[in-house]
Design a protein around this ligand. Structure first.
Ligand code: GLU
Length: 582
């Protein structure tokens, strides 16, 4: 049953005029589109959980036809490009954890966008030497990074796929031609003018609005023949169609032709793009081994830091509905986000002390800064043995993005977060899909007080992310869970909270996803509006917290192994996702 909270929608709409002028990380534009009551799907053999029922179906069909999780991921992403265009697509980037059950190997496939070779640390600076206004930077060609998701999918599918590549696009091509139904969420994001750039360039304007300039209504049957054509080229030629072929030319043209804000992307950037297979980072939490994605995302390190510090600081595992949980989670988050701002960025370009940040002795000592009786206030980053001297990063990340999980009949699994950054990305379209604005995840400012910012723009570098695809293993190295979420830099909080709650108690993963959110990114303690979290505002204030009640719009998708060995789905009630399995 779908329940829409119209009052919340109206409240959000009322906020927009101000939001358009004053952007900061407070903005969570994909909020207030209602909640769904989700029923758990219990699956013995295979399971797909994504943000849209058609993407779930496309992935599930591939599994039923004998495909692996790596095959299904291609079908899911192709369909999401069409049906959830605001959040992810082949014009963007992604991080995928892949568990190959037969070899017990976990791989972190990195399809993050890169900065063009012609970009430098002044990319987002004005002629006067000040950082650009965020919206000015974001809309148009300037913020478009070299898309990475397709190269990454091809890399993982070549290694772990069982079906022919060209068979994986059938559903997405057919649906691009026959059309899909505009969902309440897509309509509401358009109606809310979530991304003011959407009216600026003709392709997106014509695609998402009626000739009268109205946002496409709920239920509208939207076709995308240009995307069908692009996907057909990709199906027959492989990712080459985008990186070396006609599609690449279209992307570069779109970026250059945004004459009010042209970008630096060239064909050579596409030709030189490489997805990377990295080593996942795993650390203990209770009896489990929790694994996340290494830099260039901050998601894995920061999530693992929060969990471990909570484990060191708690007297006993804390339940979701206790002020002690809210307080402890906020304090561990403060410490972890402080380290994130100082140390985390693309480790191919700058030394990132991952081992030092995840060292047990270090985290134990950091956890001792937590008082059960008082908010610590702004946390400082920790002193590390390597004595790296850096300035903090203050780049905002605004939420769009999509997370999906897949497990196949052989026990192989995907946990993948995919993004074009802001809802509707740069708002430029090429070949029927939106181009990302991921370069705005870089720090606009390159140095401060003579110290470099780790996440400054450099040619070929990947912007720091918060995306946190996670997997959990038991003592026998058997997969127990996979999950992740969108939500900009709040992704880490959503993922860490749900991992803590699920791995500390008997509640189901779905029940964990249903619990109210609380976020502290080393500032104000945010409590999810309209939920039981609100009741903790006063007790937290008494501990010295500054609190704020607001939308906290995650899109968590995951699964968890049940005692009988079957897989239980979990779908965030805050979005329109679905699960299918058997
Ligand atoms: N651009 C963000 C990142 O890479 C994700 C944005 C979102 O989740 O909405 O971490």
């Amino acid at each position: 049953m779908r329940i829409h909270f119209f009052s919340a929608i109206l409240a959000t709409l009322a906020l927009f005029p101000t939001l358009l002028f004053a952007v900061n990380e407070d903005l969570a534009p994909e909020s207030a589109t209602g909640t769904l009551v989700q029923k758990t799907v219990s699956a013995r053999h295979q399971l797909v959980v994504t943000a849209h029922p058609l993407a779930t179906q496309a992935g599930y069909k591939v599994l039923q036809q004998g495909g692996s999780a790596a095959d299904a991921a291609v079908a899911v992403q192709a369909m999401l490009t069409l049906v959830e265009p605001q959040s992810s697509g082949i014009g963007g980037g992604a991080f995928m954890l892949y568990w190959d059950n037969s070899t017990q190997q976990l791989t972190a496939f990195d399809g993050r966008e890169t900065a063009p070779a012609a970009a430098d640390e002044n990319l987002f600076m004005t002629a006067e030497g000040t950082p650009m206004d965020w919206w000015d930077a974001m809309v148009g060609g300037r913020s478009v990074g070299t898309p990475g998701v397709l190269a990454m999918l091809e890399l993982s599918q070549k290694k772990y796929g069982k079906q022919p590549w060209d068979s994986l696009f059938n559903d997405a091509i057919a649906t691009s031609e026959s059309g899909f139904t505009v969902t309440p969420r897509l309509h509401q994001l358009l109606a809310a003018n979530i991304n003011p750039g959407l009216g600026r360039y003709p392709q997106a304007k014509d695609y998402f609005f009626t000739p009268e300039g109205e946002p496409l209504p709920v239920g509208y049957q939207l076709t995308n023949p240009a995307l069908a054509d692009s996907l057909r080229q990709i199906a027959t030629q492989g990712a080459t169609a985008l990186y070396q072929g006609e599609l690449g030319v279209k992307i570069v043209e779109a970026v250059k032709q945004a004459s009010d804000n042209p970008g630096k992307l060239q064909l050579s950037d596409l030709q030189n793009y490489r997805a990377v297979a990295r080593q996942a980072i795993c650390r203990p939490f209770r009896q489990y081994r929790v694994c996340g994605f290494p830099p260039p995302t901050s998601g894995g390190v920061t999530t693992l830091q929060i969990l471990r510090m909570m484990e060191f600081a708690e007297q006993q595992p804390l339940p979701a509905d206790s002020v002690d949980f809210y307080h402890l989670f906020s304090q561990a988050s403060r410490l972890a986000y402080a380290d994130r701002a100082r140390y985390l960025a693309d480790s191919d370009f700058i030394q990132v002390p991952v081992d030092e940040l995840l060292d047990d002795a270090y985290l134990h000592q950091r956890s001792q800064l937590i008082s059960p009786l008082k908010d610590m206030g702004k946390a400082n980053p920790g002193e590390l043995p390597s004595k790296i001297s850096r300035a903090d990063d203050r780049s905002p990340e605004l939420p769009s993005t999509s997370h999906f999980v897949i497990i196949d009949r052989w026990g192989n699994a995907v946990s993948m977060t995919s993004s074009i950054e802001m809802a509707f990305g740069s708002t430029l379209m090429a070949g029927g899909f939106l181009l990302n604005n991921q370069l705005t995840d870089f720090s606009f400012v390159a140095e401060q007080d003579g110290k470099p910012v780790a996440n400054r723009v450099q040619p070929g570098k990947r912007p720091r992310s918060s995306m946190s695809p996670m997997m959990v293993f038991d003592e026998n190295n058997q997969l127990v869970a996979a999950l992740g979420s969108p939500g900009g830099s709040r992704i880490i909080s959503y993922v860490a909270k749900n991992l803590y709650l699920k791995l500390s108690s008997d509640i189901s993963l779905q029940q964990a996803f249903n619990t109210p959110h609380m976020v502290n990114r080393n500032g104000v303690t945010e409590l999810e509006v309209g939920t039981a979290a609100e009741q903790f505002a006063e007790p937290l204030k008494a501990l010295g917290h500054e609190t704020k009640i607001r939308d906290l719009n995650s899109g968590l998708h995951g699964f968890f192994r049940q005692r009988d060995g079957s897989w239980a789905s979990a779908v965030d009630p805050r979005r329109e996702g679905s699960a299918l399995g058997d």
